[in-house]
Design a protein around this ligand. Sequence first.
Ligand code: FMN
Length: 189
Amino acid sequence: MKKILVINGSPNKKGHTKNIVEKVLSTIDTSKADIINVDCYKKQIMPCVDCKGCSHKIGQCSIKDDMEPIYDYLKNCDIIILASPMYFGMFPAPLKAIMDRCQLIWSEKYIFNKTTKPKKGILIFDGGTEWKNMYMPMETIAKYFFNTLNCTIEYKLFIANTDKDHHYLENNAASILSCQETISNLLEI
Ligand SMILES: Cc1cc2nc3c(=O)[nH]c(=O)nc-3n(C[C@H](O)[C@H](O)[C@H](O)COP(=O)(O)O)c2cc1C
């Protein structure tokens, strides 16, 4: 049974990001995958304070909060779906806090030479408007994040104009289908 970790950066329970993720996951064969959802806004996660605890002792974070089980999910899942709205060109702060707290996993990899198991990643980003290369900054940060997690990017589903286009699911049907097919194929590996 594969483990799919869905990290959702949106505060909206019934928002566009949730809508897109639900559509993408609607075709998944649930006998082949356990889905673990992390809704960033429901978690109490402090920002990294660069205490250097994790660079002195492997796996050690001085902050004890909701991040503790998330480290385990991030290290042991097979597929990561990183789903997020764009906030001023970037990830919302609670999701960025999770990324920064992964300094613990960065230290394991680059200071203690211990990499986590290989994983496959899917990016799902949405934004209210549209401009050229709008997702480039988020994609770059996601690459750094996934590098630390030993996760390769297998599909990028970027949806724009969610605030104006009420038919964004239908209008992005082809790329949503490709995303679904990518995940189905990953579950077969
Ligand atoms: C604080 C804030 C900042 C935003 N910044 C951007 C932005 O830079 N570019 C953009 O296209 N949309 C921006 N939006 C719109 C959201 O990205 C868009 O509505 C998104 O689809 C919301 O997803 P959700 O319903 O899952 O929360 C912003 C919205 C908020 C609340």
